[in-house]
Design a protein around this ligand. Structure first.
Ligand SMILES: Nc1ncnc2c1ncn2[C@@H]1O[C@H](COP(=O)(O)OP(=O)(O)OP(=O)(O)O)[C@@H](O)[C@H]1O
Ligand SMILES: [Mg+2]
Length: 246
């Protein structure tokens, strides 16, 4: 039976996808393509030569499911400490939905993105350490990814507000027209180190901008936190259509 999502408020809206809590499973996230930004729109937005690729190659859900499956096969279950679990597709009234682990804090609320966390709490030593751990993991496993962006990482917190883990929930796959694994290992290592360096730089710049009073875009800010009577429901409920990257 098709899952009915259209009548539910998504908990987040990215540039490409809408994210819902599965109506029958509070620990499962269902991601569908944004109806107002189709695969054809996505392809049109890309410049030459990427716009020559087939439509299916712009499908984030499809690529993410395949990459995570391949990583799990080659590196084992440990990858799920920092990369969320994907559990295949379900038919929904908004098209095919990718079912994934829904990352929640110990208090049951959906974990916020690193971007939202940095905006709300700054960049204390504990967060810096957690970013280092994620960076080491990326390098150790030479994870195939596009740029690692703060709104594509979520910060899972434990019962004492400590950071349990950073989990990447988007941006996996090859940034090239061919699979990342086809590159020689030394080149892959170089590329991954560059991405990690740029992640650190992006965080420093973002924190500096926040410190100087610049309010970030709503991209990567939750619309709600998946629990009833959530006190933290805030201005983040505004509809966001911007795809600006901080
Ligand atoms: N499984 C998850 N658990 C917790 N939060 C999530 C999960 N998946 C997505 N999110 C939240 O939803 C937001 C949007 O999701 P996602 O990045 O998958 O959308 P997108 O459209 O692919 O993003 P982009 O604009 O980067 O292309 C994320 O920034 C994150 O805050
Ligand atoms: Mg994203």
């Amino acid at each position: 039976m098709r899952l009915q999502l259209a009548h539910i408020e998504p908990f987040a809206r990215g540039g490409n996808r809408l994210c819902y809590v599965h109506p029958d499973n509070p620990d499962c996230c269902v991601k569908v393509r944004r109806p107002d930004f189709t695969l054809a729109d996505c392809r049109r937005k890309k410049g030459f030569p990427r716009n020559l690729r087939p439509l299916s190659s712009f499908d984030d859900n499809r690529e993410e499911a395949a990459v995570i499956k391949a990583l799990q096969k080659s590196r084992g279950e440990t990858i799920h400490h920092h990369i969320y679990r994907c559990d295949g597709f379900v038919e929904t009234d908004l098209g095919p939905g990718l079912m994934t682990e829904l990352v929640r804090d110990a208090d049951g609320r959906i974990s916020v993105s690193l971007k939202q966390d940095l905006w709300e709490r700054g960049y204390p030593a504990a967060t810096r350490r957690a970013v280092e751990v994620l960076a080491d993991f990326w390098l150790e496993h030479l994870v195939p990814s596009r740029e690692v962006l703060t709104h594509n990482i979520v910060v899972q917190r434990g019962a004492h507000d400590e950071i349990r883990r950073l989990v990447v929930i988007d941006g996996l796959g090859s940034p090239y027209v061919f699979p990342f694994a086809w590159l020689p290992k030394t080149v892959r290592r170089h590329k991954v180190s560059q991405r990690v360096r740029r992640l650190h730089k992006r965080i420093r710049q973002f924190v500096r901008r926040c410190d100087s009073g610049h309010e970030p875009s709503r991209v990567g800010m939750l619309q709600h936190r998946g629990v009833e009577n959530d006190q933290s429901r805030s201005a983040t409920t505004t509809t966001q259509t911007s795809v600006a990257k901080d």
